[in-house]
Design a protein around this ligand. Sequence first.
Ligand SMILES: Nc1ncnc2c1ncn2[C@@H]1O[C@H](COP(=O)(O)OP(=O)(O)OP(=O)(O)O)[C@@H](O)[C@H]1O
Length: 544
Amino acid sequence: MFKITWKNIVFLCLIAIPNTLFTFGILYIINGIVAGKNPFYASYIGQLFFLIVVLSFGLNMFLQRKIIAFTFNAIYENELKIFTSLQQTTLRQLEAIGPERIYGIVEDVRLFAYLPSIMSGTISSLISLVICLIYYFILSFTAAMIVVSIISVMAIGYVIYNKRLFRRVQLLRKLNDLYFKVVDDTLKGFKELKLSTIKSTNLFEKFLRRNRKEVRDVEIGIVNRYLVLNLFSQYGLYLLLGIVLFVLPLLHLLNRESVISFVVILLFIIGPITNLIGMQNFYTRSYVANKRVNAFLEDLKDMPVEAERVPEEFYEEVEELRFEEITYQHQSDDFDSSFVMGPINLTIKKGETIFIIGGNGSGKSTFINCLTGLYRPSGGSIYLNGKKITNDGRYYKDKISAIFTDNHLFSRNYDNYSLKENKEYGRLLEIMKLDTVVLDDREESARRKFSKGQGKRMAMIFALLEDSPILVLDEWAADQDPYFRRYFYEKLLPQLKAQGKTIIAVTHDDAYFKYADRILKFDYGKIVRDLNGMPREGELLWEL
Ligand SMILES: Nc1ncnc2c1ncn2[C@@H]1O[C@H](COP(=O)(O)OP(=O)(O)OP(=O)(O)O)[C@@H](O)[C@H]1O
């Protein structure tokens, strides 16, 4: 997600070098005065001191603004990248990823909003540390080596310890993904949970409580360890102070004047070092978040390449759709997916009204997902007007309007048409008997809460407003009352057929089979009957 480029590094160096010199200047002046090297009354030193402070302030302000812009730009770009990837990914990949991982990733990206203050703190702390070490070496090489060695030992111990914490942070994020799964179940299964004490108690006790308890314990473990680490570092610095004050002079490695300088410098860097250590918690979490976002984007990477130009056939009328040896196999890590659809060989002509029938699990919806281009077939090809559909068939999909069993009515109008003063919309509201429910042509009125059947009718209105040549309906009439069901088969379908639309409808309504031009019966993923017109007298389609 966050990639530090060479440009960034050069930029940081260009800022860091003068900043280092300024900080060095400040430290040098303070130390000179405290150690009695520079007189207090030398006015030019005071002026120089204030000048350096002002310049350093300006430079830091500039740097922090740049970091803020860089961070929020990276968050913005990554949020867009995630949604672009989601838009381009296939239904199969989305089903495999699961919503909980997506919620987790959105949360991971937002973590970086804390980055600017942390990063500028880190840079200034690092600069101070480097300056102090340089200064130490100027004062006494041997003593500086001792200090550097002690700090290095502390840093190595810190890195080793931090690695273990890294694994715990990873576990924490995984536990949070599971948590989102439970949240999803709680919201989507709200009614079922309200009705069943057993379900809601088990969800709470066996999953939610257990998960949160685990998260609490892991969090406490992580924060406690960081706390120990911070205390060790802090007291390690006091230890260092003791060594500088008592041991190094005793070993004649430092004289009295240098001891004062060493102590002043050490006191100066205690703050930055404590800062650097305190920020590790955040850095470890961001590192894990960064890895997760990258892995997520990588998982979505296996995307079809979009066609650059609109193919000529896009402008042609849909005369024929042909499926040649189409097969599809579900893939899932969680359960055995032995079901294979196909091979399907089928030609659909313009204006045909086709009913797809078959028992539960016979592969009707799988076929619909292949037909609409949502599933990329595992084998075979689809031809539009005799031309093979390549890439992800984006332009092919645009020829189709579909209403699925779990149809979603969007909270806003994402289409190119407007409902305002739209005559066709008014006419469709009347046809669908929704003109007494949706009282005006405002967008908000069309996005209100509907009953299930009304919602499907509203979905039909939106689908018809898209004016696509092919209409795919997955058990649309199942939620309709007898009057509307009848109206749908006897009036609406013939009207749409008369307009030249090709209709492919999954249905279990055998009383209305006679309204189909053609019936395709599925069984075990295969078309076992392809009937033009009504079945022969006495033939029961369900019993084949
Ligand atoms: N996303 C999926 N991953 C794995 N297997 C799946 C998936 N979706 C469906 N299946 C399996 O594929 C088979 C066909 O399912 P499909 O939904 O196509 O049947 P259907 O004919 O539409 O059934 P129904 O009439 O019940 O809606 C079933 O055995 C089902 O369990």
